[in-house]
Design a protein around this ligand. Sequence first.
Ligand code: OGA
Ligand code: MN
Length: 212
Amino acid sequence: METELFEQLDIVLRPKYETIITDLIERQYSIVDDFFAEAEVRQLRDSLLQKYEDDRFKKSAIGNRTNEEVDKAVRGDFILWIDELRQNDAEEIFFGKINDLVSYLNKTCFLGILQKEFHYAVYPTGTFYKRHIDTFQNDDRRKLSLVCYLNEENWPVENGGELALYPNGKPMVEVVPLPGRVVLFESQILEHEVKTVKNGERLSITGWLKTR
Ligand code: OGA
Ligand code: MN
């Protein structure tokens, strides 16, 4: 029955994406290893580091407040929003893959994702992001959060910086920010936290898939 409907809608089943959908339905999050290949991660990391060295990143803030001390007690990362209209080669690959996933989700789950926003993030040693959900800015258009890690190969567990997920009524899960790994979760439901980075700089791209 499902197969017939899919044929009528001209959808080819994609096992990798189906796993993501099942995970999201069953436990509010999904972890995909090797979503980006090693060479793609390297290109994206180079792009991030170039822009970071060019001093284009800004200290992250929370909500509309402008109290730096309050902000720093909540999150310590530096971010740079990515302009999809002025993407470089690395970002083109990034958005190519993201858009492919989005169109699959829209076709198969009728999610109605019409917008997205992504930023690079750098967490220097000693920084963290306290437990939160991603819709605190009163942006209820955020449906799915997506984090993609750009760290060097073999980011050791001793470096810290794990993503802790707190699914409703289930035990906490700690995710090591390994390169190429992508984590997706429901923005409005899932509480999560970035544990303190104990060594090195934690590199990532974080973003949101949004309805209108
Ligand atoms: C965020 C966030 C998680 C991570 O930027 O809102 O929760 O693992 N990031 O970087
Ligand atoms: Mn978050």
